[in-house]
Design a protein around this ligand. Structure first.
Ligand code: MTE
Ligand code: MO
Length: 313
């Protein structure tokens, strides 16, 4: 099978690792069409899951039949600016991060503020596999089997108070091992409206492809908000804070005219320096049309009813 790729992805980034390669070979040799191939591909996953360090995984809702982006691409073409601004920097540098011990403070306007050990947090709710698209504002996208549970499960456990309207995510920052240059205002922070954070699509994520989250993808835990630009999906969380005011966010602070608080995937709202009408799926040559809310409109459009999405970009 000829895998064509755009020039900005290194060959090493799209070569499926051996494990997935052998399955692809099998699918190819079986001479199956794309749809049958995809079904087989899905059918083969429980095998990978059984070997998972994360234990048994439920099949989560809102999946997609689209072809998954190879593991090697997902783990070698990253944005994690704390470890450098080139796509290959996080895979090279993020392993410097000590992942143990790791705690996450859940605090602010909640009845039961609590600091969780990462192992406790991982076991708070059953882990699911959720095959979600993630689309970067830079107009590349990928399809990934993420592993996690709805952020709502954690938020409900700490009992948000009536005055809580927003959720702020604070990420790990250690100047000894991360960029000191103020590319962004470290630590990287993000935010959601409380109803967005409670939406069942919003995933508190501990793994991908049935494995523990690699450091470069935001170990030991991150959020994945599939209907928003990738930068909303903050990595390596250390605090989750419920507030009554809209929190500042790293990209909005860095370039307020380019990155708004909402940052919903919206092909009708141009980034000031480029169009958002199309995207390039990693590993594909031909661009795809970008879908409103990254294809999740049916699930989330009602959250924004009556809002001007050009003004609230
Ligand atoms: N802490 C932190 N989280 C982050 C970023 C970052 O630079 N730092 N980059 C964001 C951006 S721009 C994207 S597109 C996604 C990329 O996730 P991935 O590398 O797992 O594909 O992570 C987001 N989360
Ligand atoms: Mo991004």
């Amino acid at each position: 099978m000829l895998i064509r790729r755009p020039t900005d992805i290194l060959p090493s980034e799209i070569t499926p690792r051996e494990f997935f390669d052998s399955r692809r070979d099998f699918i190819r040799r079986a001479g199956l069409g794309l749809a049958a191939g995809a079904a087989l591909w899905h059918g083969l996953l429980p095998e990978a899951r059984a070997a998972s360090a994360l234990g048994p995984l439920l099949a989560g809702p809102y999946g997609t039949d689209e072809e998954r982006t190879p593991y090697d691409a997902v783990t070698s073409y990253n944005n994690f600016y704390e470890f450098g601004t080139d796509k290959e920097d996080p895979a090279k540098n993020a392993s410097r991060m000590a992942l143990e011990p790791w705690t996450v403070r859940v605090e602010g306007l909640v009845n039961k503020p609590r600091t969780f050990e990462i192992d406790t947090l991982r076991k708070l709710a059953p882990l699911e596999e959720r095959i979600y698209r993630l689309r970067c504002v830079e107009a590349w996208s990928m399809v990934v089997p993420w592993v996690g549970y709805p952020l709502a499960a954690l938020l409900r456990a700490v009992e948000p108070q009536g005055s809580a309207k927003y959720v702020e995510f604070v990420t790990h920052y250690d100047p000894q091992i991360m960029l000191r240059r103020p590319v962004l205002d470290w630590p990287y922070t993000e935010g959601l409206r409380l109803d967005e954070a409670l939406h069942p699509l919003t995933l508190l994520t501990f793994g991908l492809y049935g494995e523990v989250l690699p450091a470069q993808n935001g170990a030991p835990l991150r959020v994945v908000v599939p209907w928003k630009y990738g930068f909303k999906s903050a990595k390596s969380l250390v605090a989750i804070r419920l507030t009554d005011k809209q929190p500042a966010t790293a990209w909005n602070k860095a370039a307020p005219h380019e990155y708004g608080f909402y940052s919903n995937v919206n092909p009708e709202v141009r980034h000031p320096r480029w169009s958002q009408a199309t995207e390039r799926r990693i590993g594909e040559l031909r661009r795809r049309r970008t879908l409103m809310f990254n294809g999740y409109a049916e699930q989330v459009a009602q959250l924004y009813q009556g809002m001007d999405l050009k003004k609230n970009f």
